[in-house]
Design a protein around this ligand. Structure first.
Ligand code: C5P
Length: 232
C-alpha cells in the first residue's frame, strides 16, 4: 500500500494555488483539489497541476442518480486524476455505475473512494433531519462496507477510524484521512485532530493536510515535517 501526505489546496483561484506550488522546488507533493478551486477554474486547473507532475485527489464528492454519476465519472476519468470520490449515501448502484464510468477502455482508472458521513454530520443531525436512528459510528462502518462491496477502493475517514475500517473492509482498503495537525498546532474548525505520527500508528494510508501546511510561515518545511512524521 502506497502511503503519502496529500496537501489540501483549498485556494480561491489558480494564481494563489500556483504561487503556493511554485515554492516546492525539489518535491512534487500529492495535492487535493476541492470544489472551490475546481468550480473557480474548471478542468484546466486539474490538467495544469497534472502537467506540472503532481498526483491529484479530485475531491468533488459526487452524489446523483447512477446514470448521471456514471457519465460525470467518465469525464473525470479523462482528466487523469489519481483519486476521485463520491458519497456512499448515493447507494450501491450509484457506486457501481461510478466505477463503470471511471474505467477507461484499457481497464485503467483512478482510485475511487467514498465519503461515509461528513464530519459536520453528528448524531443529532442524523436522527432529526436524516431520520437515521442508528449510532453514527455504526452508520459510518456500514457505509464503508457498502463501498467495499460495490468494488470501491477505500473511504475518507478520521485517522481514529482507520483501524476499524481496515478490520471490517480489509487491509488493502484505502483510508484517506483529514483532520491532521502538528502537536500544539491550532485545530481550527476540526473537532477531532491527530498528528501525522499518530495517524501513521493508527494505520492511515493517506493523510490530507491543509492549513497546517498552506498556512505555515514556511510551507515547504511544514510539508517535509509532515512527510517525516508520517512516512518515517
Ligand atoms: O485545513 P485542513 O487540514 O483542516 O483541511 C482538511 C481538508 O480535508 C479540507 O479540504 C476539508 O474540506 C477536507 N475534509 C475534511 N473532513 C472530511 C472530509 C474532507 O476536513 N471529513
Amino acid at each position: 500500500m502506497a502511503k503519502d501526505v496529500i496537501i489540501a489546496c483549498d485556494f480561491a483561484g489558480a494564481e494563489e494555488c500556483f504561487a503556493f506550488l511554485d515554492r516546492f522546488a525539489e518535491e512534487k507533493p500529492f495535492v487535493k483539489i476541492g470544489m472551490e478551486l475546481f468550480y473557480a477554474e474548471g478542468p484546466a486547473i486539474v490538467r495544469e497541476i497534472k502537467r506540472r507532475g503532481h498526483r491529484i485527489f479530485l475531491d468533488l464528492k459526487l452524489h446523483d442518480i447512477p446514470n448521471t454519476v456514471q457519465k460525470a465519472m467518465k469525464v473525470l476519468s479523462g482528466l487523469d486524476a489519481d483519486i476521485v470520490n463520491l458519497h456512499a449515501a448515493g447507494g450501491s448502484n450509484m457506486m457501481k455505475a461510478a466505477l463503470a464510468g471511471l474505467t477507461r477502455p484499457d481497464g485503467s482508472r483512478p482510485l475511487l473512494i467514498a465519503v461515509t458521513q461528513l464530519t459536520s454530520t453528528d448524531q443529532q443531525l442524523m436522527e432529526e433531519e436524516l431520520l437515521i436512528e442508528r449510532p453514527l459510528d455504526e452508520v459510518v462502518m456500514s457505509y464503508a462496507a457498502n463501498a467495499a462491496a460495490a468494488g470501491l477502493d477505500g473511504v475518507v475517514c478520521s485517522p481514529l477510524e482507520a483501524g476499524k475500517v481496515h478490520a471490517r473492509c480489509g487491509e488493502g482498503f484505502v483510508t484517506v484521512t483529514p483532520g491532521v495537525r502538528f502537536a500544539g498546532g491550532d485545530a481550527g474548525d476540526q473537532k477531532r485532530v491527530t498528528t501525522p505520527a499518530r495517524a501513521r500508528e493508527l494505520g492511515s494510508d493517506y493523510i490530507v493536510v491543509g492549513r497546517a501546511i498552506t498556512g505555515a510561515a514556511d510551507p515547504v518545511a511544514a510539508y517535509r515535517q509532515c512527510v517525516k512524521e508520517f512516512l518515517g
